[in-house]
Design a protein around this ligand. Structure first.
Ligand code: EPZ
Length: 415
């Protein structure tokens, strides 16, 4: 079991390149199921979760070839329409094959993803939408069994914005008969990126990025060659690390437009953020001001940046109130941060953070992807040595994070 050791006290300085976005790559690779042709995807990040979706697509008999950060996928002859438990439990986003399989072969048997550390993560809204398109859906033995001779477009309202729910319905509707209107959809950049890929494949889709997406079904889709957008959460994580360590870091190959909420908060805490095209420079303040954080669906402050900002506020001056509105259990990192000396009180979906002069290094346990990143950030400023165990969580969503951090001068290594 790998662990990461960090010596605190170094300011991060220099330049870092941001990788392709995990949460864009996962749905985009899955669109390969919607055509028989050979697709080419560039800037695909080298992550455990990407390996998992490639493994699942290969299990369905798609040809998957990887050349560095370029992945070719040809799903000509699908031999199965099932996503088995041992693959889905490794990565819940495997549920994204449900929509495309229904659209392509008219049936799908996908293991229920089950919960994860941050919450129950139900998929009821995915299933309600697919049923509205005419799929018959049963749940038995831990699997979703779905079938439809031909999906038929309809008007679907989501009780709340769901990123993968929106993505599943987009991929189902593009080959459905007639028009589908999706209302109260997620507006994340990853939704826009998916719509862009589907449009290039020949889909007729309007409105991605707004709350209403309209799709006119087409008879078939063609293969594409596309590039995955930059990972805004990886970028936000490095920006927070620069602000935290009084550093001076320039991020390249990122998309500042996707980071407006994070950039605004960094400015509020006193960091100096300057944007030059697809590069962003962050200079940390001498003293970090405390600000309140409330997570919201995009374009609000991203829940995937909550844990990282909690570290920032742990050593800020004053009190900051966190409100986590997306997931019901996304404060698992709090008990670990307390071990490092943070002063945090949780009550329901709120957390009150009282800034302390300094954190002190200790062994801690990673529990979920973004919590793991927050423990690395804490180690960067904690006095002495911090050892982060169970770093496989990190490898799901960050490409070589310790190498990138070391490249910026951090005293960090993996064992
Ligand atoms: C996506 O998860 C991301 N994952 C998450 O990133 C991200 O935190 C989340 O969106 C919110 O932004 C991928 O894109 C692969 P949701 P997703 O459906 O789609 C409730 C990371 O660290 N809900 O938008 O699973 C749900 O319980 C990960 O990279 C239902 O109730 O999240 C949650 O409270 C973590 N029923 C809220 O909606 C449903 O059918 C938003 O969840 C679907 C969702």
């Amino acid at each position: 079991m790998d662990k990461i050791i960090v010596e605190g006290g170094r300011a991060l300085k220099g330049e870092v390149a941001i990788s392709g976005a995990k949460n864009a790559a996962l749905p985009i690779l899955t669109t390969s199921l919607l055509t028989e042709g050979r697709n080419t995807y560039h800037n695909v990040p080298n992550l455990k979760d990407v390996e998992s979706i490639k493994e699942l697509l290969a299990y369905l008999c798609a040809d998957v070839d990887t050349e560095g950060s370029t992945v070719h996928i040809k799903a000509a002859g699908l031999c199965k329409s099932e996503a088995p438990y041992d693959l889905v439990r490794k990565m819940r986003a495997s549920i994204l094959v449900l929509g495309p399989l229904l659209a392509r072969v008219g049936k799908a048997r996908v293991s229920l993803p089950g919960g994860c550390a941050i919450g129950a993560r139900p998929i009821n809204l995915h299933l309600k939408g697919l049923a509205k398109l005419g799929a018959s859906i049963t749940l038995e033995h831990g699997y979703v069994e779905a079938s439809a001779d031909r999906l038929v477009g309809d008007d679907i309202y989501f009780d709340m914005p769901t990123v993968t729910g929106t993505e599943n319905l987009m991929m189902a509707a593009v080959l459905a008969k007639g028009t589908t209107v999706l209302r109260n959809v997620a507006r994340e950049p990853e939704i826009i990126a998916l719509a862009d890929v589907l449009s290039r494949m020949g889909a007729d889709i309007e409105g991605a990025g707004s709350s209403v997406i309209t799709i006119n079904g087409v008879a078939g889709l063609n293969p594409v060659e596309v590039t995955v957008i930059p990972d805004r959460i990886e970028a936000g994580t490095f920006m927070a690390a620069a602000a935290l360590t009084r550093g001076d870091v320039t991020l390249h190959q990122c998309e500042p437009e996707h980071l407006r909420a994070v950039i605004d908060k960094l400015a509020q805490v006193g960091a100096e953020v300057t944007i030059h095209g697809r590069s962003v420079r962050v200079k940390g303040p001498e003293e970090i001001a405390s600000v309140d954080i409330k997570t919201l669906p995009y374009p609000g402050f991203p829940t995937d940046m909550q844990a990282q900002f909690m570290v920032l506020m742990s050593v800020a001056r004053g009190l900051s109130l966190f409100t986590e509105t997306i997931f019901e259990n996304r404060y698992i990192h709090v008990s670990e941060l307390r071990r490092l000396g943070a002063d945090i009180t949780v009550s329901g979906n709120s957390a009150m953070v009282k800034g302390v002069p300094r954190l002190s290094g200790a062994p801690v346990m990673a529990t979920d992807l973004r919590a793991s990143a927050s423990l690395i950030l804490a180690g960067l400023v904690a006095e002495g040595t911090t050892v982060i165990n169970r770093v496989y969580h990190l490898d799901r969503g960050y490409e070589a994070i310790e190498k990138k951090m070391a490249g910026l001068g951090a005293a960090i290594r993996r064992e």
